[in-house]
Design a protein around this ligand. Sequence first.
Ligand code: ATP
Ligand code: MG
Length: 290
Amino acid sequence: MSTGQSLGKKQEGLGSELPLLRVEDLCIDFFARGQQFRAVDRVSLELERGRVLALVGESGSGKSVTGLALTRLLPDPPQCRVSGRIIFRGHDLSTLSRKAIRAWRGRIAYVFQETGSALNPVFSVGYQIAEAVRLHQPGVRDVRAEVVRALELVGMENPQQRAESYPHQLSGGMQQRAMIAMALACRPELLVADEPTTGLDVTIQAQIVELLRDLQQRLGMAVLLITHDFGVVSGFADRVAVMRQGQIVERGETEHILRQPRHPYTRALIACIPVLGSRRRRLPTIASGQ
Ligand SMILES: Nc1ncnc2c1ncn2[C@@H]1O[C@H](COP(=O)(O)OP(=O)(O)OP(=O)(O)O)[C@@H](O)[C@H]1O
Ligand SMILES: [Mg+2]
């Protein structure tokens, strides 16, 4: 039995006081043309069951690779090296083999950043959701009913018909709903939603945030919300971790961070939230050493 399995058995027996997810000292290095690049530097995070943690930071700060590292969706060595511990439900996922980790994908489900490339253009949406059901819920007999249920859950109109649609036949907002349906079809305990509103127009962005918030509460799942936009965080995330150049520079309760940000970088990110009716002004910048 691996260290991960024995740790899991022992710790699960202790009850539910353990956080659902604990990331300890996560480091991610990429190697290319003889050069090493540290994308994530000693990141530690905790997420309780049924809670929402937002990972906020500018482009390239290491948010997506942190999310992908949870279920080892990053390239293998020598291209990429990951260290640190990822404890999910008391199991140390970082010690599991590549084969063993597959069983955990689904319990940790993703809405990937690139909706366009995450949906396969040659298969119908229903087919793709059915694949997720077959893989992660092998006990389900009526896969078709489960697909329709998932599409209903995300508020897709005419779910029976929509299941037959190909991704190009759906609007950006509907594609995003289909992606969320696919993730939920795995019945996850943790949903990693990576920039779930990027690329959508403002009205649809608000609808998708509302949908995620509603689903999170109804299904009681935990969400790791990855975004560069503090506007999405407010009213959704319980806690925030602010990431910059691979490191967490500030963390805390969302309301507290929004009211009293300490780090100049957090203040700059918050200042980027658009306010209706305000006059146009230059966006704040801070020097890299700050
Ligand atoms: N497969 C890869 N090979 C090499 N470098 C990579 C790879 N994936 C990510 N990186 C680098 O790691 C750093 C962090 O990338 P990441 O995608 O996590 O940023 P991000 O915070 O999600 O940004 P964005 O808001 O633009 O999505 C970036 O400098 C990126 O270029
Ligand atoms: Mg990203």
